[in-house]
Structures are given as C-alpha cells and as structure tokens.
Design a binder for this molecule. Structure first.
Ligand SMILES: [Fe+2]
Length: 403
C-alpha cells in the first residue's frame, strides 16, 4: 500500500484549522456561531453571496432570523457570479465599509466563499483594490473573521486557506493562500445541497477528485494528503452515482460533502499542480466555464503526463473506479483512458474543442498558465518538469477525446 512509499524523513507542515459544523441540520448552528462572534465584540456583519441559491436552498431564512434575533446589524452583497471578479469583491468591500463590518459571512459555493474571504482581507485594507491582493502587490497581515456557509460539495474552500478571484481585464484567475483566510467557522449541511443540478453535482465532485489527485502527487504530497485522497476517491466513486440518481439522497450528499471537505484539507497540505494551473486560464478566458468541467477536460492528459512519476500511487488511488491499473510508465495511456471512462460514465464527455478552444489558443493559454500570478507556483509542485512544452502538450492532448 501507499504507506510503504512514504519517505519518513521528509518533514511536512500539517495544518488544519477552524471549526466546521458538519451534518444534516448544521445550518441551525449559525446562531451559535454568531453568538461566539458577539463574544469577540462583533455586532456588524457583511454577508457575501450569489444571486439566488442562498435563498432557494433555505440557508438564508435560518441565517437572517439568527442575525435578527441576535440583534446583529448586517448588509448583504449578493452580486457574486461564478468565477467572481476582483471588482465584485471591491463592491462588496464598499458595502462592508458603509456598515462598519467586523466579520464576513460567505454563503454559497466556492465563488461566494472565496469572494467573502477576499472581502474579509480587503476590509482591513479599504484603500487598496482587490486586484492588488491577487497580483501580489502587497502581503496582507490581517483579515476580519470569516464564516463560510458552504452550499456545494466540491471546492473545500470552507476549510482551507485558499481563495481564487478573476481579474478579467488581464485574463488572470490567480489564487491566494494565507493562514489569515482560514474560515473561523464553517457550515457543511448536506440538506442545503440537494438543489444542485445534475451538472453542478458532477462538476463539484470532479473538482474534489482533482484536488486530491493533485495533492497526493505534488512535490509537497504527504501522508495526510495521500490518505485523504484515497478516501475522497472511494467516497466519490461510491456516492456520486447515488446523488445522480436521486438528488435528494441526503446520505449521498453527506458523503460527497465529506469527501469535498477532506479534499479541501488534502490540498491545503499537499497543494495543487497541473490540472488547476491549466484550468484557471480556461475559465479566466471563458468566464462561463464551470471550474469542474474545465478540470475534467484536462485530467486524462494530466494523468498520462504524471503517470511516469506517480503511477504506482495513482494505480492504488484509482482502484475504486479502475481496479488493476498498471502503475509502471507503460500503463500511462490505459490510466488516462480509465479516467476518461470514469468521466464519461458521469456524463462529462466534453473536451476543449467542444467548448470552442482550438490549437491556435494553446500559446495564449500556456502563457497564462506560466505567467498568471500564483499559477507558476502550482506548476512548480508538479511531479514532472512543468515547462512550456509540457503545459502546451497537456492542452493539445485535451482538445479531443482519445479514441
Ligand atoms: Fe478546484
């Protein structure tokens, strides 16, 4: 098993923070969370969310009544879109300044929570712009307390120190990673996730799968990230079909949410590499592209690339959906094919050309992967040498489905 392959003399920093209320009905704990924040003197809050889901899933009714009954003043910024922009964060911050926000609640999937995390930082630096944060023109040292109410089972952002925001003028979709944006409290309530569409259900779980495939094979991979990867892949393989069949299957949503949460811990500790570094340019250029779909289109080619280094481990990790893979370098093509088969079985058969990308786009995408702030750092984590040639080859190999 994989534990035999761990180099025990490699010291790794393992980090897990925040308190997560996890399980069906967890949303009711929002009142307790607000009470804890009040003990620290928080009486004014900024809520950051998207347009509708926070209401339609039932979360807002509970949160609003808790805020009102606790007598906390609040303002709601509900302009976060998928692939949120730095301008949206700036607008949220302006609203937060106007109410004197002392903490931020993000309600939504990764987009809303990442915008909330960013706003929590920028409220400490209101004279600056969010783009400055994501272009690394300054290093923040403080942020307001963050509460993450998670409505999807994919990003893991409710429990880690990452956030992603786009700067559309530059086609940048950078990430930040700071200890100060660990959510102080998070809520993972599977009952809030039963309204996810079939496509969203699949994309977010594919996001979680990618988090662990990368976190287990990066240059920072460690015992925790590998162990969590094995469990994430097992749970997604078992429970995604159940959620596809019955979106209201709470047990399926529970374990998909759990898989996504531990995947969030996995990449908090093991980091990410190719698939995310190459996906961000795709959804930066096409802002309506779902992150999980972008990852799915790239994953088979990424697996084929890294198999030469990570094949023995990945053959073990992929066993729940593709038992008996050959972990040696000659098993690479078959492994990539097995991943593609898994994705197709979950209704995801699109490749880059289906989304309108052509070979002519590859130089620009490669440039963005190499030069977008922070993405180079991810590429440095790849188990194989991630130069322009390797990055271009992954994009090219992801244009169409392998026969
Ligand atoms: Fe992701």
């Amino acid at each position: 098993m994989w534990d035999k392959q761990i180099a025990i003399d490699q010291v790794r920093a393992i980090s897990l923070r925040g308190k997560i209320y996890f399980g069906v009905g967890a949303i009711t704990y929002i009142e307790e969370i607000i009470g804890e924040l009040q003990k620290e003197g928080v009486e004014k809050l900024l809520v950051v969310t998207g347009k509708n889901a926070y209401i339609s899933c039932g979360a807002w009714e509970v949160i609003e009544s808790a805020l009102l009954s606790r007598g906390v003043k609040f303002a709601v910024y509900s302009g976060v879109t998928p692939n949120p922009t730095a301008e949206q964060v700036d607008a949220a911050v302006q609203l937060g300044v106007s109410v004197g926000a002392q903490a931020v609640i993000g309600i939504g999937g990764g987009s809303a929570i990442d915008a909330a995390k960013s706003a929590a930082v920028m409220l400490k630096y209101p004279e600056k712009k969010c783009a400055d944060l994501y272009e690394y023109t300054f290093t923040p040292t403080e942020a307001l307390p963050i509460v993450a109410v998670n409505l999807t089972h994919g990003t893991g952002t409710e429990c880690n120190r990452f956030a992603v925001v786009s700067i559309p003028e530059k086609n940048y979709k950078p990430a930040i990673a700071y200890d100060l944006i660990y959510p102080r409290y998070a809520i993972d309530d599977p009952a809030l996730m039963t309204g996810l569409s079939l496509a969203q259900t699949r994309y977010v779980s594919i996001d979680a799968m990618n988090h662990v495939i990368e976190a287990a094979t990066s240059r920072s991979a460690n015992t925790l990230s590998i162990q969590l990867a094995a469990e994430t892949i097992r749970l997604v393989t078992e429970y995604l079909p159940l959620a596809e069949k019955d979106p209201k299957d709470l047990k399926a949503r529970y374990f998909l949410a759990y898989a996504a949460m531990i995947a969030g811990w996995a990449f908090d500790n093991g980091l990410l590499h190719y698939t995310h570094a190459l996906e961000h340019p795709l959804s930066a250029v096409k802002s309506d592209l779902a992150h999980g779909l972008g990852l799915a289109m790239l994953l088979p080619a990424v697996v084929e690339n890294i198999w030469q280094e990570s094949g023995p481990l990945l053959a073990q990790l992929f066993a729940p959906f593709a038992p008996g893979l050959d972990g040696s370098p000659k098993g690479a093509a078959k492994a990539a094919h097995a991943v593609q088969k898994f994705l197709v079985a979950h209704g995801v058969s699109e490749k880059l050309s289906d989304l309108g990308f052509t070979e002519d786009d590859v130089p620009v995408l490669t440039e963005l992967a190499m030069n977008t702030p922070s993405l180079g750092g991810l590429l440095d984590q790849a188990p194989t040498f991630a130069d322009r040639v390797a990055v271009s080859a992954i994009y090219l190999n992801s244009m169409t489905m392998n026969p």
